[in-house]
Structures are given as structure tokens and as C-alpha cells.
Design a protein around this ligand. Structure first.
Ligand code: PLP
Length: 373
């Protein structure tokens, strides 16, 4: 079955009891059992598992081509849920431009647990190979990356990690399974902030891990989620399931709009650089063309006038809302350096865009007035 079909049908079986085509939301925290705690319908307590979450996890696994999935209360909960399965004394490799939440987690919490994090440019496969010389438990990829949209070679990095006995994880939030399937390229685990494109409407927080195999890593993460309680609410699971139904259609329009804007920026004299892997001039274009179906709708631009010009343009935009996050129907813009806290890694002249589903002509007109003012 093709992805577009799976996105509509995975986890969408009509309700057995009523025939309802849209799935019911099971809000019950507890499930009736026999006098000696015998399970009747397979469920016991919501934190351990529930029918709405099961549907979402079935959809996540189907779309990513995985054997099993775990839904979490947020993307960060999913990241923490996986990293906390690592024993102390182990070492992980993280992208030098990884999502800022992961960087904070690595700086503040991993050392407390005796897990050492090393940051490396994942787009430089030779540098990754060199960094694997010491024992390694896990290698983290995020591609395209945030906010420079750097592209790393999922298949090559997964091979390197596995050759060193480490698990290869890929944050597939920006691409979604519609554009990129890391498990098929050899990764062991895919991570999502489902808050973004999978939810698709900026109204639900969630995260997910999808596993290539129902192995010990999956079992450890599932047990930890049950005990530590970073679970998703059934209502959020239901919203995410609903997001899945239109994911492929939304991604097609997101990508088409992003292309129009990237081409506009590329030709605009106020723009010094456009970071979007769909442009032939982008560092990762050739690689992205081999491992992605399209190039996504996250892009960043650097303005010739530096920080002042970036902030001035952001303040003049009318359709693009100044807000963090991404993947919703509405277009967003963000001065990343301003939201990254005390020691930002993003350049001061950079604006990151989440290109939405408005008409591309209107989006371009918004930027034209903001840049030409
Ligand atoms: N990974 C990426 C690429 C993200 O952009 C984000 C959030 O912005 C996260 C992970 C964390 O997800 P959440 O905000 O759902 O905890």
C-alpha cells in the first residue's frame, strides 16, 4: 500500500461495536477486569496502554515501516524516554546543530546519569566515523536539521553506528514519513515531535518513537514510559490520528509553497543565503534527492542587513506569525537566535520559516512588502 493510502487508513478500522467510521476516544483511565485482575479486553490502566493510543501507534508504525511505536506526551518526552534507557558510563553522538531541547538535555541531565555526549557535524560522514573511535551506545541524526537544513546521510551513518555496536536514531520531525523513511534506510529508531506536521494544526503536543524491531530497546523504552508516566492523553492521540489522515496531502502543498518561497528568496537582493535542500545550490541537495521524496517546508534565510534587518523584516510580516514551532497550516517565522536562550548557536541574521498552506502568491507578497519596505 502506498503512503498516501496508509496515512488515511492506518489505525482507522471502523469501531467494532458501533461501526463508527471516525474512531472513538476512550478517555477511561481504568478498564474492568476479573476478580483476580484477569484482563478482559487487554487493557488495565490508561498509563500502561489504551485503545486510542493503540490506533495512533499502529498508524505511526505503518507509516514509518516499523515493527512497533510508542506515543509520548511530547517530542522531548520521547527523546528523554529513549536516552534514559542508556546505562551510565555510555557515550552518545549528537548533531552539533541538534534541536535546542536535546542540547539542553545533553548538557544538564545526561552527565547526571553518567552518559557522555559528544557533538559532531553529522553532515561530515568522515568526522562521524572518527568520533566513533571510542565506545558508542547511540548516534542521533536530525535531517534536515534545525535551522540550517543540513542533510546527513542516514544510510551511511546508520551503518557506521551499527558497526560500532551503537543504535542509530533519526529525528524525522521535519521530513515526516511522507518525505523520508529512516528505518528503510537502516536506522534502528525514528523519533518524532508529533506536535509538528503529524498533528498539523498547532493544537496538540505529542512525541513518538518508532522501532525497526520489537527488541530490547523497544521493551526498555515501553517499560520506562509505563513506570515514569510520560504518556499522551487519549484526546491528544485522537487529534494526532486525525492529523495523519491529511498528512500526505498537506505535505505536498507545504513543499510546493516552500519551493516557491525559496526561489523568491534566492532571487532577492536583501537575502544573503537561503537554506532549503530543494535548491540545487544547497550543500545537501544531492543527498536529499536520494533519501527524500521532496524537500520539506522548513527553510531559513540569512539577511544582508544582519540582526537588525532580520528583526525588521520579521516585524513587518502580516501573514507569517512571529512564533516558535512548525508544521501547522499557518505560516510562522522565528528569529532562532532570540529563542535559543543565553548562548544561541543560530546566526543573528537568520530567520527560520515554517511555510504553511496559504496561497504561495500571498506568502510571497507578504515577504516582498517586508523585505522591500
Ligand atoms: N525535534 C525537533 C526537530 C523539534 O523541532 C522539536 C520541537 O520543536 C522537538 C524535537 C521537541 O518536540 P516537542 O516540542 O514536541 O517536545
Amino acid at each position: 500500500m502506498r503512503l498516501e493510502t496508509l496515512a488515511v487508513h492506518a489505525g482507522a478500522e471502523a469501531d467494532a461495536e458501533t461501526g463508527a467510521v471516525a474512531p472513538p476516544i476512550h478517555l477511561s483511565t481504568t478498564f474492568r477486569h476479573g476478580p483476580a485482575a484477569e484482563r478482559i479486553a487487554g487493557y488495565e490502566y490508561q498509563r500502561e496502554g489504551n485503545p486510542t493510543q493503540d490506533r495512533l501507534e499502529a498508524a505511526l508504525a505503518a507509516l514509518e515501516g516499523g515493527a512497533a511505536a510508542l506515543a509520548y506526551a511530547s517530542g522531548m518526552a520521547a527523546i528523554a524516554g529513549l536516552l534514559e534507557t542508556l546505562p551510565s558510563g555510555t557515550r552518545v553522538l549528537l548533531p552539533d546543530d541538534c534541536y535546542s531541547g536535546l542540547r539542553h538535555l545533553a548538557a544538564e541531565f545526561l552527565p547526571q546519569r553518567g552518559v557522555q555526549a559528544q557533538f559532531v557535524d553529522m553532515a561530515d560522514t568522515a568526522a562521524v566515523e572518527a568520533a566513533c573511535a571510542q565506545p558508542l551506545a547511540l548516534l542521533w541524526m536530525e535531517t534536515p536539521s534545525n535551522p540550517l537544513m543540513k542533510v546527513c546521510d542516514i544510510a551511511a551513518l546508520a551503518r557506521i553506528a551499527q558497526a560500532h555496536g551503537a543504535i542509530a536514531v533519526c529525528d524525522n520531525t521535519f521530513a515526516t514519513p511522507v518525505l523520508q523513511q529512516p528505518l528503510a534506510l537502516g536506522a534502528d529508531v525514528v523519533m518524532h515531535s508529533t506536535t509538528k506536521y503529524i498533528g498539523g494544526h498547532s493544537d496538540v503536543l505529542g512525541g513518538a518513537l518508532v522501532f525497526a524491531r520489537r527488541d530490547a530497546v523497544f521493551e526498555a523504552a515501553m517499560h520506562r514510559r509505563h513506570i515514569t508516566g510520560a504518556v499522551l492523553s487519549p484526546f491528544s492521540a485522537w487529534l494526532l490520528l486525525r492529523g495523519f489522515r491529511s498528512l500526505a496531502a498537506r505535505m505536498a502543498m507545504h513543499c510546493a509553497n516552500a519551493r516557491r518561497l525559496a526561489e523568491f528568496f534566492d532571487a532577492h537582493p536583501a537575502v544573503a543565503a537561503v537554506n532549503w535542500p530543494g535548491l540545487a545550490s544547497h550543500q545537501g541537495h544531492v543527498l536529499a534527492s536520494t533519501q527524500m521524496r521532496d524537500y520539506g517546508a522548513m527553510l531559513s534565510i540569512r539577511l544582508r542587513g544582519g540582526r537588525e534587518a532580520a528583526l525588521a523584516a520579521a516585524s513587518r510580516l502580516r501573514l507569517f506569525t512571529n512564533a516558535t514551532s512548525l508544521g501547522g497550516c499557518e505560516s510562522l517565522v522565528e528569529h532562532r537566535a532570540s529563542v535559543e536562550g543565553a548562548s544561541p548557536v543560530s546566526p543573528q541574521d537568520l530567520l527560520r520559516l515554517s511555510v504553511g498552506l496559504e496561497h504561495a502568491d500571498d506568502l510571497i507578497a507578504d515577504w516582498a512588502q517586508a523585505l522591500d519596505a
